[in-house]
Every structure is written in C-alpha cells, then in structure tokens.
Design a protein around this ligand. Structure first.
Ligand code: NAD
Length: 545
C-alpha cells in the first residue's frame, strides 16, 4: 500500500475547507506516526483509526460530507452521518471510554482483540498529533522551571538523564539542547535513535556507555549543550550509573511504561523478543516489564536520594513500579504538579497551529506576528524565537505555543484575518494537547495532588467537550484510558479551522474563549490563587459559592 502523507496545496478534495482541513489533519497524524502500517501514531498503541477499513470509510465520508452534517466516530470507527447545522462540529468522537469497574488493561486488551475498541492516546485518534514538536515546549518549560527552582536559572553545565526516543519522548534531546544542558537519552530500539537523528531532534548516537558518558562529561565541563542517544535498556543503564556512583543533575523517563504488553521493553529483550513473548506468554511479558520498571524506578529513587531532581514525565512509570512493590515510588514528583501548575492555573497551555497547505512560510509569518504583537508575553516570545532557531518541521508545518485565555483567541482571529487577506497561503488549523487546563483528569499526571483533593473527578473534561460542541468547534473528542488503558484518564480535544471566513471568526472566538475560561474556572474551583487573579484580570464570569 502507498504511504499516506497529508495532501498539500490550495486545491480542495472535499466540499469545503473545514472538511478538507480535518482530512489533512488525519493524514498528517499518519504521516508523522511511528508505525503507519498498523495505524499507530505514538505512545505504543495510540492509533488514528480502528483499522484500515475504518480509515478509508472516514476518508470517504470527509470527502463527501456537507457543511451542515456531523460525522460520529466511536473508537476510531465511523458510525454514521447526522444532519446537524453549519455551526455544529463536523466530527465528534469518543475513544477508549470504558465504564469504571470494567476499565482495566486486561478488559481493554480483550475488547481490542475483538475489534471493538481502540486506544487513541491524546492526539492520535483526535487527529491533532504534530510529531515530537507537540510536547517539546512542555518539556522545555519543565526544564526551564527546574532551572529556575533548583539551579539558579541555568542548566548550562548540567547533566540530564532520560529514556525513550519514541513519538513524544523524541522531543527530549532537543528540549535539553535548547536549555543548554548535556542530555543522555537511553533507547533500546536503534531505529528510533536513527529516526530522531534524521528528524533533527538528536545529535549523537552510541552503543557504548563509556563513550556516552565521556561525551556528556566533556560537554558539561565546557558548559556546552549536547544530546546523546545511547542504544540500551533503561532498566540496565540507570542501575549501572547508580553502581558507578554517577548522579545526573536531573532524571526522568519517557518510555511507554504505561503499557506492559506493547510499550515498555524489559531488560534482556529486543523489540522482536517482545512480539514473540506477547504471542506465546503475555503474562510473562507483563511480569518481566514490571520487574524491569521496578529496577529502573529504584535507581531513580537512589538518584533522588543522592540529590538529583527526579520527576515522572507523564508515562505512569511510578504507578507500574508501585503496583510491583516499589512502595515509595510516589516520592518521585509528577511534572505537572511540581512545575507546570502555575501555568495551567491561568489556562496557559499547549496551543498549536498547523499550516494546512504545507507552506512553512505561513508558520514563519505567524511566528513574526507573535514576536511583534505579543511582546508583553515573555513565555511566548522566548519560545517562538527558540523554536524558530531549533525546531525542524515534521509533516505539515506546525508550531506549538503555550498561550492562555484571551491570547489564543487574539492570535487565532489575527491568523483568520491573514488567511482572508491572502497574507497566508491558505487556512490554518488550531488545536491543543488534551493535557490542558480544563481538558484532562488524570490523577497520576495532570490532576495529581490538586489543592482541594479533586484529583479523580472527570466532570471537567466532559464539561469541556460539551462546551466545545456548543461553542461551535469543528471537531470535538472525548478520550479515556492512559496508565495501561485502565481508566486512569479522561480528556477532551478540540480542533478549529481558520479558513478566513466570518463564520470562522465566530467559531474561533467562542470555542477558544470558552475552552480556556473553563480551564481557569476549574483551577479557581480548586482554590488556586493564580486562577482567581486571572478571573479578575480577564473578566471571566465566575460563580463563587
Ligand atoms: P512511543 O511508544 O512512541 O515510544 C516509546 C519508546 O520507548 C520506544 O522508542 C521504545 O523503544 C522505548 N523503550 C521502551 N522500553 C524501553 C526501555 N526499557 N529502555 C529504553 N527504551 C525503551 O511512546 P511516546 O509517544 O514517546 O510516549 C512515551 C510515553 O510518554 C507514553 O507513556 C506516553 O503516554 C507519555 N506521554 C507523556 C506526555 C506528557 O505530557 N508528559 C505526552 C505524551 C506522551
């Protein structure tokens, strides 16, 4: 079969730009994905569509759907086309939602085996994935917050140890270089190391731990940045560093530890071994993965004891270790609570935009607009300057930018105007990660240790999705799963198309304002001072009881 990539240019295949935009976003997640043959985009099993038959049916529908119709998708499979109205979403979807008691990994794998369900990650099934860039600013902001809190605002001369060079983990080496550090990333699959080098996200590769450590030592001594991919297993390398009495300054991990069957690769296994043992003895594979995770987390805890800054980077590695008996696994901080919550409390989060014609100059034009018109926003201008210099495009040119309430709308309306007047070559799609203020409940990632103890309440992402539909988003998605697909998470996704029309102005204004309003209100409800301040400053209508 021919490899799928996103259609480029200004020619339409669909009946309007909104439909064409969503089709290109779907094609783009596959173009950027880790394993197109199996429709897998990232995070071990995060898929774009249930199977190829479902994919082709979705494509056919998007080619033919009218402006005033809505395509309904259930776990990556198109179910029907319903008559709605021209301001209703063109696509609504619910992916991987299983009711509480039955939301276990094993039940998920059973349903998957029967072809009834699909894990969509956050942005895979919702067609919002933009390659490793999607999390790069998040990783950069974490490192920057660590620098501020623990290292006198600079990571120059510091050593970061991490693992995993997959779809999302692949952002780590570049983020490390962007903060000026020396970063060592352990990755068992050499092909992934090669891919990150080819994509421009990683600088060096070695299979030799001594060589890797020498490169890191030389760079830290000279205060130079470097990124090194070490082909090896984190369950071996982390304990080996402990044994050698080497303590990095910062330690984390972004392997797919949330999944013991398709994600984390146990020590002494090759990726091929995993496939074989999964077929023949899945129970053994799970046990081996968990015992390796336990070894790795034990090493992370030792690094912490020795003074390193250690954090969980959103892959549920602590939970897996805890369930295997590492009872102090939760002494490791979660990145959201430790470093990003002050931003989320103001609904400042991972907003993103995609140039649908494939024209990279459109992204550069928007970069320049931000540098000129958002001078008061240091986070945005600092990031855009850096991204311009360091971040290569993958698939349709795109940019991530952490913006907050009001700013997202201001930017999107300005972009819609640039589409209208022909300054940009064509429409732009706006979206965000589901890991955003009002859009995700995950008690071991996004909502751990909330001030009011509301960590597990998933009303918020559900409200977010309903609000997104009633605020005229072009696509709304509700996802669950996470943490071994076992009911750890509920999240909501949103996509909007700036096609230059006055109707897009209305959609963008309502949907983006309401999305971030709910984010601020969620944190205000939990008692965060920053949110109350934001409410006051930005005139968000809050009912305080
Ligand atoms: P992926 O499946 O594309 O890549 C995981 C990589 O880890 C693979 O390359 C694999 O070979 C490697 N790996 C597995 N076990 C290993 C081991 N023992 N030692 C060394 N390498 C090993 O996944 P991804 O998209 O990169 O996501 C990774 C994890 O991060 C997932 O659990 C995902 O849910 C989580 N995630 C977190 C955030 C966040 O906001 N912090 C965002 C996205 C994803």
């Amino acid at each position: 079969m021919e490899r799928i990539s996103a259609f480029r240019g200004t020619q339409l295949r669909c009946k309007g730009w909104r439909q064409e935009a969503l089709l290109r976003m779907l094609e783009n997640v596959l173009e950027n994905g880790e394993n197109q043959k199996d429709l897998v985009v990232y995070a071990a099993l995060g898929k774009a569509a249930r199977n190829w038959e479902a994919y082709h049916a979705i494509v056919d529908t998007l080619l033919n759907i009218e402006e005033d119709e809505t395509l309904v998708i259930q776990s990556g499979k198109p179910i029907g086309i319903l008559k709605t109205h021209a301001f209703a979403p063109l696509v609504i979807m619910a992916n991987c939602n299983i009711v509480g008691k039955w939301a276990t990994s094993d039940h998920f794998y059973d349903l998957q085996e029967k072809g009834l369900i699909m894990w969509g990650g956050l942005t895979a099934a919702a067609w919002q994935y933009i390659g490793s860039q999607g999390v790069i600013q998040g990783t950069y902001e974490i490192f920057a917050a660590i620098a501020k809190k623990h290292f006198d605002d600079s990571l120059i001369g510091k050593f970061i140890l991490t693992a995993g060079l997959g779809g999302m983990g692949g952002a780590q080496p570049l983020a490390g270089v962007m903060v000026g550090a020396a970063i060592l990333v352990v990755e068992i699959d050499e092909a992934r190391v090669d891919k990150r080098i080819a994509d421009g996200y990683l600088q060096r590769k070695t299979e030799d731990i001594d060589e890797a450590l020498r490169w890191i030592k030389e760079a830290t001594a000279k205060g130079e940045s470097v990124s090194v991919g070490l082909v090896g297993n984190a369950a071996d390398i982390y304990p080996e560093l402990v044994k050698r009495n080497i303590t990095p300054d910062i330690v984390t991990d972004q392997t797919s530890a949330h999944d013991l069957l398709y994600g984390y690769i146990p020590a002494d296994y090759s990726p091929e071994d995993v496939k074989r043992v999964r077929e023949n003895n899945p129970i053994k594979l799970k046990q081996d993965a968990q015992s390796s995770i336990a070894l790795e987390v034990a090493a992370m805890l030792t690094f912490k004891k020795r003074g390193a800054i250690v954090f969980d980077n959103g892959n549920n590695i602590r939970t897996q270790a805890y369930q295997y008996g590492v009872k102090n696994a939760f002494e490791i901080d979660i990145f959201t609570e430790a470093y990003l919550r002050p931003l989320f409390s103001r609904a400042i989060g991972p907003f993103r935009w995609v140039a649908l014609t494939g024209e990279s100059n459109d992204i550069k034009t928007i970069d320049n607009y931000i540098l000129e018109h958002f001078k008061e926003n240091n986070i945005a201008t600092n990031w855009i300057s850096l991204a311009n210099k360091y971040v290569p495009f993958q698939g349709l040119p795109a940019r991530i930018g952490w913006f907050g309430h009001g700013e997202r709308t201001r930017l999107a309306l300005a972009v819609n105007e640039m589409v209208r007047t022909g300054i940009l070559s064509g429409p732009i799609a706006f979206s965000r990660d589901h890991l955003d203020a009002g859009a995700m409940t995950h008690p071991n990632i996004m909502t751990e240790r909330m001030k009011d103890g509301s960590d597990t309440i998933s009303d918020w992402p559900l409200l977010n999705a309903m609000l997104s539909c009633s605020s005229m988003a072009d696509l709304t998605a509700i996802h669950s799963g996470g943490g071994g697909y076992s009911g750890y998470m509920t999240s909501a996704g949103i996509t909007l198309v700036a096609d230059g029309t006055p109707e897009a102005d209305i959609r963008l204004k309502h949907a983006l304002d309401n999305d971030t309003s709910l984010g601020v209100l969620r944190y205000a409800d939990a008692g965060y001072e920053e949110s109350l301040d934001e409410i006051e400053k930005k005139g968000i209508r809050h009912i305080q009881l």
